[in-house]
Ligand binder design. Structure first.
Ligand SMILES: *Cc1c(COP(=O)(O)O)cnc(C)c1O
Length: 376
């Protein structure tokens, strides 16, 4: 830290992302493409920096959730293929084509709209078809009685002019959950996916160069689903492998001890007076709160790493500050660093305490927290 104010910051260790990328890559069969998911500002890590790294390391594809995220990458000089996972209104077909972006077709009606626009422009739009195999979110329906209709819709879409159908994909709902019921569900999603592909091929001769379905959970637990490309997000940032891949957390959220005071027993701490000291307590005030991304739901239920020890967080987390008990950490002084999460303070323990998942906490580190890139 030199030119920053040394209040609260997020260190992004690019060598950890590089390490994680190669650790994931080493699991893949030869020829399998790697799509790095960099939506939501690369899960808070900075989409442009992460994309540049993946481009340099030889990844084949990127994915974002919307057009604005894709354009940020193009403006920043990213030239590799980018898939937009979510919806883009048909009015933006020209922008998609001009920026060489790949759009997801989520149903036949939308494929028709994109085709009409592309014909009008006299250009071709690159498209990946998305199949809904059990997420009940985006994608062509094909489960149960809708199988025949789904197959026919896909064949009809592929006959539309000025669309290039490069890819075909689906998304798993519970590939990261180890229980037997989830395993059965995931396998059924994959079975349906391949059954639709086979039926389309058999009836129309159409096949797709890039078939993909493996998110992080599937990359780790269902190697049979890797197909032509994998689509991990969370693994890149160091989580979701259950320790099996030796991934390294890429983000370290750090704040500082701004003040230390000693309070007598019976002292109320913070809003709502939800913590009352039971002994003489040495309390540190940290310069980070929920407006930086500390989950307020974890108030009184988590600890941060200070001077190599776990400092219990006490009292309700405020917007810009929170308090910790430093009684048992005499080495902690004003100006010390406190690791909220990172290599030395488990993000998953914090997300459990906040009744959420690591994804949400990574995405919740706010704009006012400067990102500091290490090992570029
Ligand atoms: C977010 C997302 C991914 C990545 O999921 P992880 O669990 O982070 O690997 C993959 N595919 C789609 C369609 C997504 O929306």
């Amino acid at each position: 830290m030199n030119d920053l104010t040394k209040r609260t910051w997020a260190e992004i260790d690019l060598s950890a992302i590089r390490h994680n990328y190669h650790a994931i890559r080493s699991l893949l069969p030869e020829g399998c493409r790697f799509l790095g998911v960099v939506k939501a500002d690369a899960y808070g890590h900075g989409a442009l920096r992460v994309s540049q790294l993946l481009q340099d390391e030889g990844a084949e594809y990127l994915a974002v959730s919307c057009l604005d995220e894709a354009l940020e990458l193009r403006r920043g000089g990213i030239t590799m293929p980018i898939l937009i996972l979510g919806h883009t209104p048909k009015e933006y077909t020209r922008v998609l084509i001009e920026n060489k972006l790949t759009q997801t077709a989520t149903c036949h009606a939308k494929a028709v709209e994109y085709s009409e626009e592309a014909v009008r422009l006299g250009k071709v739009l690159n498209v990946h078809i998305k199949l809904d195999t059990g997420m009940s979110r985006l994608g062509y329906l094909c489960a149960g009685d809708l199988f025949e209709e789904g197959v026919e819709n896909i064949i009809a879409s592929c006959a539309l002019p000025n669309l290039e159908f490069e890819g075909f994909y689906t998304h798993f709902a519970v590939s990261d959950e180890p229980d037997e019921d989830s395993r059965v569900y995931t396998k059924e999603q994959f079975r349906l996916f391949t059954a639709v592909l086979d039926a389309v091929k058999e009836r129309s001769g159409i096949s797709f160069p890039i078939r993909h379905c493996a998110n992080s959970g599937a990359v780790v637990s269902y190697p049979e689903t890797t197909l032509d490309m994998v689509r991990p997000g969370l693994l890149l940032y160091g989580y979701g492998d259950g320790g099996t891949l030796g991934l390294r957390p890429a983000m370290r959220l750090v704040t500082t001890v701004s003040t230390i005071k000693i309070h007598e027993p019976g002292t109320c701490v913070s809003y709502g007076r939800r913590y009352v000291t039971t002994k003489r307590t040495r309390i540190g005030v940290l310069a980070a709160g929920y407006a930086d991304g500390l989950p307020r739901l974890s108030s009184n239920k988590c600890s941060y790493r200070i001077e190599g020890a776990a400092a219990p967080q006490i009292g309700t987390i405020c917007m810009d500050m929170c308090m910790v008990d430093l009684t048992d950490i005499p080495a902690a002084e004003t100006g010390c660093e406190a690791e909220v999460f990172g290599p030395n303070n488990d993000l998953c323990a914090l997300s459990d305490a906040a009744q959420t998942i690591p994804y949400e906490l990574l995405c919740s580190v706010t704009k006012r927290v400067p990102r500091v890139y290490l090992n570029a």
